[in-house]
Design a protein around this ligand. Sequence first.
Ligand code: NDP
Length: 459
Amino acid sequence: MRDVLDPSTGAVVDRVPELGPDDVDAVLTRTLDAHADWSRSNVRVRRDVLREVARLIRVNAEHLARLESAQAGKPISAARGEVGAAAEVFEFYAGAVDKIHGSTIPGNADGTLLTFREPIGPSVAIVPWNFPLLILCWKVAPALAMGNAVVAKPASQTPLTAIALAELAEGAGLPPGTFQVVTGPGGSLGEALVTDPRVRKVSFTGSTEVGSRIMALAARDITRVGLELGGKSASLVFDDLSDDQLDACVASSLWSVFDNTGQDCCARSRMFVHESVVDDFTERFVAATEAIRIGPTGDGDTELGPLISEDQRAIAEEYLASAQADGARLRTGGVRPDLPGSYLTPAVLDRADVGMRFMREEIFGPVVGIQSFRTEDEAIALANASIHGLSGTIWCRDIGRALRVARGVETGMLSINTSSSVHIEAPFGGVKQSGIGRDQGLVALEHFSELKTVFIAAD
Ligand code: NDP
């Protein structure tokens, strides 16, 4: 058994089993049995079950939010938002079940050419600890909608909402075995799932390092993979914003990096600001950062909670030290407030440079670097000076420039004059080392299905 800890207090919230490779055979045997039935189920049955899961998430929202807040160290207001978004994911895929299909194709032969869109097969979802419930839903809901049975392995720090979701799903009428949650170490249990030849698809969200390993392991059996990996996203702030717009840019940019205490793959942790406004922007950004309310996660007014663990805080502190050693200037933050748990005040560094390690590597903590630029081309080059390409924001009144820059930035997602980058209706994922494939939107259904081409002779 393994303790699940509350990062804001260090208290034990619950205990969960530690499964290992020896347990995988029984789990997958059950999955295969369930898949045989679920993959042949009527789409209306699937639609109704998914709709009911969404309803039960809403009915149990406060319970789920408290679990999520406790295990992940999230402010309760943020956890409530995440649970609401999780319900929306199931609502979206309940409505999408019957909107994806094969097609008939004009052919030059004497007959009919068509495609069947079929479930991809028994699937595995491996998810991280930063948005444990929501990211799980991004994978499980489309997998189920497409008619696949799925086994989920949550991060070891945050298994509780995954377990609760599986219970709700069974309560919603999902046949037993169709969605199972297994808890245990990624390096042993996770790899045993990935390398089992009965698994047809692995959908993973986590670090680039582990994603690369999973891709290599999956290569043996040509198991399909979807990988949502790390990011080092950029905000680009141009020089044509009005005073009010600059305020709005600061208010939004603040949360584009510090939301979830910076433990967000989309965190815009590199800010590139035109040289004529960089001083003004930085002053306002520092003031806004210092106004963020840090506190106990159960307090409704708290905006920022702790990092997930002491280890994660130590990583952020180490990057802060390296940033300063490399010549960046710490303007605010980076101290441990007088609170139990792994808290760290959000840190802003200016005089940053993309050559510095803290501007190149994903930190997954509340740390942002600000660097100035002179020209549009330089802004694009700075944004692209990363192995990652997940998200990004452009702040600019000139729509022509905004669109030119949007085309130039190598990224999977981009927002203009807002930091909002997650929409259940739209594909979510990255380019370069930020991953392969997409979660969310109708495209996720494509990634949980295969096309079969069928030709029927006319006579
Ligand atoms: P990890 O990659 O360490 O772990 C993610 C999941 O993979 C966990 O469930 C973990 O299990 C499991 N795992 C670990 N090693 C293996 C392995 N060898 N084989 C199979 N599974 C394994 O990431 P973190 O938990 O540290 O999450 C943070 C990372 O996730 C960040 O890099 C972040 O950018 C990324 N992320 C990406 C997102 C995206 O959509 N692109 C969204 C959110 C996060 P265990 O916990 O037991 O080790």
